[in-house]
Ligand binder design. Structure first.
Ligand code: CAA
Length: 380
């Protein structure tokens, strides 16, 4: 067993770290305040190769492995979780889903723009009444011969307005239950697609989360992803990889909050000495570092399994469950270390605490991860 990162992995991590510090950090508080999508920064991330890291070079991607993706996600998330969720959805839900299961025609048509970050993608699964219970799709796509007619509403869609392309999950045959669900590549510009209201969120406020309405949208047959009836399994497979990305996001939020806490503890004085000299603070930092390291190992293990083409469904659920719990705990403690300063925006950790919460909710709540893990234990 080897715990060392290769030189290439270290270079990727350093490049993402430098970018985050130089380009994301300066405006991150203002974007959070104004709920402003980091459009210019996402374009730069595209140029750096961060928006299609795992896409094969033949479709314009970086051809990198999942370990590289986790390392880069951690660094971007340390500074700006709104930028990193855009990166995560584009990389692991949209690009990976399309490259792994889309037709050659769809890949050639859409991947180069998505992988280079010239266009952004979104993943439309959740509905007003189908969040965790993802098989209860109300959105329909009725077979009309040469096309499907898509109708329905999707909720809480990350990149909802900034995306040009959506992967939409819809019911094509209600009688068949989850086997009557399909996935489609839909363009935002098509008639009948409407971007609904922007959500006013607790955290990741720079990320644009919208409802999307589809009214009699004609979707060509060629735009179905995979065999007829593959849509639910497609969503589950894509989310298994996506959860590695969100676990890495949670890891990054936690490690960013710890770094700020260490810096603050070395500067702030109380009771005649820097607060780092108080055991109350030292023990908090020790617990943060230990739990973050455990979360990092789970993230890297899930990524490694994926890179080895071994089953990673349980590893990704465990990584997301654990890393998101650590993110919530560490950011809460980081606010505590900062005291009154932690409660104001200037010191970043209050934003990180708000950002951490969503990692326990999207791409499968912590309860859904426990369902996935416990079912596997029971199946044996
Ligand atoms: N790979 C392949 N197939 C899978 C699978 C996987 N990982 N997981 C399940 N399946 C298959 C099952 O084998 C089953 O098929 P068969 O009947 O042929 O055996 C089928 O899918 C249905 O599975 P279940 O019976 O387990 O389905 P369920 O209704 O009990 O639901 C669930 C299981 C785990 C709760 C699932 O519904 C789930 O993951 N829900 C959460 C959805 C989610 O993560 N939403 C996030 C929205 S996207 C998002 O947040 C993106 C963003 O913007 C950031």
């Amino acid at each position: 067993m080897l715990f060392e990162l290769s030189e290439e992995h270290q270079m990727i991590r350093q490049a993402a770290r430098d970018f985050a510090q130089q380009e994301l950090l300066p405006g991150v508080i203002e974007r959070d305040n104004k709920q402003e999508f980091p459009a210019a920064q996402i374009a730069q991330m595209g140029e750096l190769g961060l928006m299609g890291m795992m896409v094969s070079p033949q479709y314009g991607g970086g051809g990198m492995d999942t370990v590289s993706y986790v390392l880069a996600m951690e660094e971007i998330s340390k500074v700006d979780a709104s930028a990193s969720v855009c990166m995560s959805v584009n990389n692991s839900l949209v690009c990976w889903g399309l490259e792994s299961f889309g037709s050659e025609e769809l890949k050639q048509l859409y991947l180069p723009a998505l992988a280079s970050g010239q266009k952004i993608g979104a993943f439309c699964l959740s509905e007003p009444e189908a969040g965790s219970d993802a098989t209860s799709q109300r959105t329909t796509a009725l077979d009309q011969g040469d096309h499907y007619l898509l109708n329905g509403t999707k909720n809480w869609i990350t990149n909802g307005n900034s995306a040009s392309y959506y992967i939409v999950i819809a019911q094509t045959d209600v009688a068949k239950g989850h086997k009557g669900i399909n996935a489609f590549l839909v363009e935002k510009a098509w008639p009948g697609v409407q971007v609904g209201k922007k959500e006013d969120k607790m955290g990741i406020r720079g990320s644009d989360t919208h409802s999307i309405m589809f009214t009699d949208v004609k979707v060509p047959k060629t735009h179905r992803i995979g065999e007829d009836g593959f849509g639910f399994k497609f969503a589950m497979k894509v989310l298994s990889g996506g959860r590695i990305g969100i676990a890495a996001q949670a890891l990054g939020i936690a490690s960013g909050a710890m770094e700020l806490s260490i810096k603050y503890a070395k500067e702030r004085k109380a009771f005649g000495t820097e607060i780092m000299n108080h055991q109350a603070i030292q023990f908090k930092l020790a617990d943060m570092a230990t739990e973050i390291e455990a979360a990092r190992l789970l993230c890297l293990k899930a990524a490694w399994l994926k890179d080895q083409h071994l089953n990673y469904d349980i590893a990704s659920a465990q990584a997301k469950l654990f890393a998101s719990t650590v993110a919530m705990k560490v950011t809460t403690e980081a606010v505590q270390v900062h005291g009154g300063y932690g409660y104001v925006k200037e010191y970043h950790v209050e934003r990180m605490m708000r950002d951490a919460k969503i990692t326990q909710i999207y791409e499968g709540t912590s309860e859904v991860q426990r369902i996935v893990i416990s079912r596997d234990l029971i199946r044996g």
